[in-house]
Design a protein around this ligand. Sequence first.
Ligand SMILES: [Zn+2]
Length: 387
Amino acid sequence: MQVVYTPAHLGHDITVETFMGLSVPANEVAERAERIRVTLEADGGFTVSTPTEHGDAPITAVHDVGLLRFLEVAWSEVRAQGIPRAFLAADTYPNRSMFEGMSPEAVARHVREPSHVGGRAGFWGLDSAAPLVAGTYVAARGAVDVALTAVDLVLGGADAAYGLCRPPGHHAARAMYGGYCFFNNAAIAAQAVVEATGERVAILDVDFHHGNGTQQIFWRRRDVRYVSIHADPDRQYPYFLGRADEIGEGDGAGENVNIPLRAGATNDDYLAATDRALESIAAIPGSVVVVSLGFDTYGSIRSATSRSRPTSITRSAGGSRPSAGASSSCRRVGTTGPRSARTLEPGCVAPKAGPSTHGRRADSGRAAPLPDTCNPAALTVWPWRTR
Ligand SMILES: [Zn+2]
């Protein structure tokens, strides 16, 4: 299988993040992507290549151009405004209640992007969990190019392609970054496939956390079906979206499929959810599936439930065979399409992750042996003919 990777992510060199007001060791660190790369290279079954630049257009096809421009200049603004910080994170976000009683027209008229870069970070940001440093923009652009190059490979005839995207993307909405995510790599990839093929595209998101950004971007779209298996948002980030009754609206009604798992979910629960997700994907026509391949399900569900290990698409970094659960899940995927047995192989060779819940570790002062956070390798693009 072909893997796309760029060292540009190393510039997004995060060492600390904030958790409930405290500075804690960062979870979404460069080491994670490097461990994946090293593991894939050692496996011998993967060909690693570098991405090609795709420009602004694929980004602004799903993102507000203002978000792009803010991220482009944010760090230089931090320095220009003399802010002595190691990273940029907002502390004021426009909570919806701030504008209660105002008409949508009044909000549009009065709520504007401020000039202070801290205010701008709050204007465009979701939370304090996406620290921005000098190399963040270049890294985020690199991740987008990785995703788009993976699309190019698949549309060019590859059976599948694995985009080792860092920073991740699925929490980034049309006009918002957050949750370690700056540009929504999977959404940009799906949009590129739609534009190139005219077909409907499915996104399967198996990260532990709900991909609120991907859901938002395609909420009213019929041409992209978003299917996500994730932890119950009543208990886990992003808290405010991800419930089963969020099905989309307008043309997108029925195209958003959320499958939240309760705390204490078992292997059987996870595999049943996987079956349901794959059935939903198989129900629509199209030839490409984009997989948002976050591996934090492995440790996070385990730590969140303190029960069995429902993980299904990971194995240890040392190259051991997939667990029984992993094999089962891959077989499940293998039943859904003629080429799909190869689809989730990248997931099967991902590093084993340590427990955390999107950086919300209870033992926040102690670093995990292997950092485990959202979407370390954000997507696999997969050509897949439905019946
Ligand atoms: Zn996650």
